[in-house]
Write a protein that binds this ligand. Sequence first.
Ligand SMILES: [Zn+2]
Length: 109
Amino acid sequence: MTFSGYKRKSILSEKTDMSCPFCESKSTISISVIVKYYHFFNIPFLAVGKRGISKCSNCKQVLSSTEMNDQIKQVYNTIQAKIRIPLVYYIGSILSLILVSYLLLNLFL
Ligand SMILES: [Zn+2]
């Protein structure tokens, strides 16, 4: 068990009506947005980025955002632009900042 490190979690998964470029099945592509964050004792401390993947439910082909074709990448960019990383992935930093501010105020006042 690690006390700190990086984790990844899917924050959105959306089905599309696009066809798979490999097996050519219709409406089998779903796009997921994944956030990478640093955790300390499993408490999310700081989100360091988000990335996307597309997955075909028929042939299980998974593509990263750099491997997507133009059509899938255009839909991914639209989805990715409207998704913000939830505040909960910064909760460790926020709580630390509040604690340090409280301690400093008590020290000097
Ligand atoms: Zn496929």
